[in-house]
Write a new protein. Structure first.
Length: 115
């Protein structure tokens, strides 16, 4: 059950980041309150915040049931999922070195999961 919840948490985290990226697309974010306020009320940004809140509730449950040394490194698989979203949704190019890093993340998650 923990692995299923962890997978759901990873999906929610990546979906939240995707919404934030969509909400910021085309914006010229400046470090001022007048520039930040409209962005905060962007539906994509708000949606991402709601999804992150849900992911946090799930994460708190996961932490109450499993070892931090297991679940936290496994959550790094969200970086792998985000790379695929970047590639397919945002049409980003992933250089070979980034793929090597993604491979290390996957191998690390595998080794952490071995009992």
């Amino acid at each position: 059950m923990i692995y299923l919840l962890l997978t759901l948490n990873i999906i929610l985290l990546v979906f939240g980041q995707t919404l934030w990226k969509l909400g910021l697309t085309g914006s010229n974010l400046k470090p001022s309150l007048s520039a930040v306020m409209p962005i905060l009320f962007n539906p994509y940004i708000l949606g991402g915040l709601v999804i992150y809140a849900l992911a946090t509730v799930i994460w708190l449950y996961i932490l109450s049931q499993a070892e931090l040394s297991l679940v936290y490194p496994l959550q790094s698989l969200s970086y792998v999922a985000a790379a695929f979203i970047a590639m397919f949704v945002f049409k980003e190019h992933l250089p070979f070195t980034r793929w090597i890093g993604i491979g290390f993340i996957i191998m690390g998650a595998y080794f952490v999961s071995i009992k």
